[in-house]
Design a protein around this ligand. Structure first.
Ligand code: AHR
Length: 504
């Protein structure tokens, strides 16, 4: 059996967790919206056409913030098409995903939906084909109280009070050649700065998120981030990072090691922001929003389409990926990387919520099922609240060509001061061996184990399916608490959460 020792100390804190890191993402893409969250006529749909079965799962999942309406979709979107009487809304071509957009679901539907799950909205403006004026009008529509063209339009549409949407993304992945209206860093930075300036004039309370790089592997990374920050620093509040990892074909060890690339990515972006801060001789600190992140699994043939070759359709099923146990482990490690950077990462959106690279899958006219990746998200969002503790970790590891030395056990430890509880999360990356983990909590007075959850599968390639929950977490035995020290044994390729109560 392998072993790892983790030592935390009550006085050494990494950072407070901003619960907005448990966000997700709704994009007009494939079946995310239509038959994902919105399906009038479905037996579980409410009076607005929102699927009640999906609302229940999203509430349980603990989603705290939702980004909308894209994604690549937003870069040719006209928000005005998605408001007002539905029968008057135009049918348009969605140039990002080569689909027909009915506009039956738009800003007002999204705001009513997001309120039903009790989460905060994150709106994205189109800086692909549009610019300053449309962005200003959109903020006026959403956030201005009354007596102007767009605020009165919102009121006519049934929303008397302003939505007070606080978080706004200035475009999406503008460094990507795939983006409609793709720009250079300078072109984008200038446009984002000007749009942001007027948006804040209309509502000074809003927070702005500028597009950083779309992936750590972009050729333009990190120069893009540097230039965008230089152009936008004084107007924005957050720089966005996006990151998806596939690469299952590289083998389990290399696949699971990729969270270390994410660690490096964040470290680099943080350094870039620090350099720009000093170049600009400012005191202002920029924070970060990982507003798209996830694992990219191989999509199943039956639902994946080469979008260039199919006729234009309404919400075609694209990128409906099915996640394995191993995918859930990398997913969990990505969440742990964010927690270890809790002092800087204030917002994060798992992408996407339903049907496309999703936690929650829906059948049109049928039921709902949960992917393997749903569970780590559920445990982090519901239990990892409070402050992240610094950890000193020593244990067995392996060498990986792309990222160097990797520990078999990936961990994060959180102190929930309100509940007087320690929450320890662990991913065992070893395919063959169980791991004994010894957690030493210096300065704390543990009083008992509240719960010990484990998720693993006989085979790391196992998945869940409709009506077949093969990979689900279970209550485990075998945790031993002795003074400041708690020892647990975790199986190969597993995700675990241990909750320890503390004496007051
Ligand atoms: O799969 C979601 C897409 O991935 C988003 O539209 C885009 O921003 C990213 O490239």
């Amino acid at each position: 059996m392998l072993s790892t020792k983790i030592t935390c100390n009550k006085n050494y804190l990494l950072g407070e967790i901003d619960t907005r890191i448990y966000g997700s993402f709704l994009e007009h893409m494939g079946r995310v919206i239509y038959t994902g969250v919105y399906e009038p006529g479905h037996k579980e749909a409410d009076e607005e056409g929102f699927r009640g079965d999906v609302l229940d799962r999203v509430r349980e999942m603990g989603v705290t913030a939702v980004r909308y309406p894209g994604g690549n979709f937003v870069s040719s979107y006209h928000w005005e098409d998605g408001v007002g009487p539905k029968e008057q809304r135009p049918k348009k071509l969605d140039l990002a995903w080569r689909a027909m957009e009915t506009n039956a679901f738009g800003t007002d539907e999204f705001m009513r939906w997001v309120r039903k799950i009790g989460a905060s909205p994150i709106m994205t403006i189109n800086l692909g084909t549009r610019g300053v004026e449309e962005a200003a009008n959109y903020v006026e529509y959403c956030n201005f109280p009354k007596d102007t063209k767009y605020s009165d339009l919102r009121r006519e549409h049934g929303a008397e009070k302003p939505y007070q949407i606080k978080m706004w993304c200035l475009g999406n992945e503008m460094d990507g050649h795939w983006q409609v209206g793709h720009k250079t860093a300078y072109e984008y930075g200038r446009l984002a700065a000007e749009a942001g300036k007027v948006m804040k004039r209309i509502d000074p309370e809003i927070e702005l998120i500028a597009c950083g790089s779309s992936l750590s592997s972009m050729d333009t990374f990190p120069n893009w981030d540097m230039e965008v920050l230089e152009q936008t620093y004084e107007v924005i509040d957050y720089l966005a990072l996006h990151q998806y990892y596939g690469g299952q074909e590289k083998g389990t060890k290399a696949f699971l090691a990729q969270s270390q690339d994410m660690e490096e990515y964040i470290k680099t972006v943080r350094s870039v922001a620090q350099v720009v801060k000093h170049k600009l001789r400012t005191q202002k600190e920029i924070k970060f929003s990982i507003d798209e992140w996830g694992v990219w699994a191989a999509p199943s043939d039956s639902v994946n389409r080469e979008i260039e070759k199919v006729p234009w359709q309404i919400s075609p099923a694209i990128s409906e990926q099915i996640y394995t146990m191993e995918d859930a482990l990398l997913f969990a490690s990505m969440q742990m990387v964010m927690l270890r950077n809790a002092d800087a990462i204030k917002i994060a959106c798992q992408a996407l919520l339903t049907n496309v690279s999703a936690c929650i899958m829906t059948e049109a006219g049928g039921g709902v099922w949960l992917q393997t990746i749903y569970y780590p998200f559920y445990y982090f969002s519901n239990y990892a609240k409070g402050v992240v503790l610094e950890s000193h970790v020593s244990g067995s590891g392996y060498d990986c060509e792309s990222v160097g030395r990797v520990l078999y056990l990936d961990t994060v430890t959180v102190w929930n001061r309100e509940k007087e509880e320690i929450i320890f999360f662990a991913v065992n990356r070893s395919e063959e061996e169980s791991m004994q983990a010894e957690l030493r909590l210096e300065g704390f007075a543990p009083s008992g184990v509240l719960s010990f959850i484990q998720m693993y599968a006989e085979d790391g390639k196992m998945t869940n399916q409709y009506d077949h929950e093969a990979v689900i977490p279970k209550e485990a035995d075998g945790s031993v608490l002795d003074g400041e020290c708690c020892t647990v044994c975790v199986p190969p390729l597993s995700f675990s959460m241990l909750r320890i109560s503390l004496h007051n």
